[in-house]
Design a protein around this ligand. Structure first.
Ligand code: SF4
Length: 347
């Protein structure tokens, strides 16, 4: 494949077919950073309203640096992978306090920030500062494994290394920002996981997978590990006006989000109710128990049940807060809890 022709064809195609997205012509590293963090693990259509909301609430890095973590998590609610939001906030504070609010420029400096790995550092360095770093996201990875028919599984270090090598080889160094965006756009719009539009692809002339009629065979992946099963029982304990909430701690999913008193256990319904009875040391009346709700996270499958229980009065207990029912919406909660609250008509 002629590299010159490859780059030219790709850039011409990009100039004619790129989607109009708010961060496309952006040179502000803060906005590029935000868009890239949101778009990790999230589709453009889902991420777009979050990007707009964030920019409205925190138009600059210094605005984000002043924000409160609960507020930021609330804005992030529904996007999942909440460590992304917490890391952004910590890094914004660090840039504001230690670097006088000036965004680091080089790839190495960017890598020192929490939540910024090679991918995001390359995206910021190339989009904002036109530095020659190849961006390899999931879309680019797929394009490259197909172009070069790479058989090494991409979820291994060796596979990742191979793809990065090829990405560096392809990179157009005069316009690295535009070239990277073109590769990403090609993966998102043409070289899709299923049914790639090879007939419309501007670089099909150089694609080995296409020549072998095996486009969809790539990328090769190792066998996925089965998701770990967990059993959550949530007590919606209310006196009719308020409800008990607690904030999730470190080292587990949904860090910093709020939830109802939780028992994680394979115990049966009566034992679970007995546990909550013991927790608040009061007579409780069970009004309703939900069906088991399956909620899939990246490596965990959560089976959740929600127990609506009433008590005469709610007392403040260690690590719990008592929140008026109409204020629940102000607290960041997991998508699982949000969906249940919506179904029950609480939100
Ligand atoms: Fe992807 Fe098909 Fe283009 Fe190859 S020819 S890069 S498989 S869309």
């Amino acid at each position: 494949m002629s590299l010159k022709q490859f780059r030219k064809q790709l850039l011409v195609w990009y100039s004619q077919h790129q989607r109009d997205l708010p961060w496309r012509a952006e040179k502000d590293p803060y906005k590029i950073w935000l868009s890239e963090i949101i778009l990790q693990q999230t589709r453009v259509n889902q991420g777009l309203p979050y990007y707009t909301k964030f920019i409205e609430n925190y138009p600059t890095l210094s605005d984000l640096a002043k924000a409160d973590e609960t507020e930021v998590l609330k804005l992030w609610q529904g996007l999942g992978y909440y460590s992304r939001a917490r890391n952004m906030l910590q890094s914004a504070k660090l840039i504001q306090n230690n670097f006088q609010g000036v965004f680091p420029i080089t790839h190495n400096e960017l890598l020192r920030l929490k939540g910024i790995g090679d991918y995001t550092a390359s995206a910021i360095a190339s989009f904002a500062f036109d530095l020659p770093h190849a961006v390899v996201d999931g879309n680019v990875m797929r394009v490259i494994t197909r172009l070069f028919a790479i058989e090494i599984p991409i979820d291994t270090n060796l596979g990742k290394k191979k793809v990065s090598e090829k990405a560096r080889l392809l990179l157009e160094k005069k316009h690295p920002g535009m070239f990277n965006q073109a590769m990403m756009e090609l993966g998102a719009m043409v070289c899709t996981p299923q049914n790639p539009s090879c007939q419309l692809c501007p670089v099909s002339f150089g694609c080995m997978a296409y020549a072998m009629k095996k486009s969809e065979y790539f990328p090769v992946k190792q066998k996925k590990k089965a998701a770990k099963k967990r059993f959550f029982h949530y007590a919606f304990l209310t006196d009719g006006h308020s409800v008990m909430l607690q904030q999730r701690g470190k080292g587990d999913v949904w860090q910093g989000l709020f939830e109802f008193p939780l028992l994680e256990s394979t115990k049966d319904e009566n034992e679970v109710i007995g546990y909550f009875q013991g927790l608040i040391k009061k007579k409780i009346v069970v009004k309703k128990v939900s069906n088991t709700i399956k909620h899939l996270l990246s490596h965990q499958l959560i089976y959740a049940r929600f127990y609506i229980m009433t008590v005469s009065t709610l007392d403040v207990l260690d690590s719990f807060v008592i929140v008026p029912l109409e204020k629940i919406k102000d607290y960041p909660v997991s998508r699982l809890t949000e969906k249940w609250l919506q179904e029950e008509g609480v939100l």
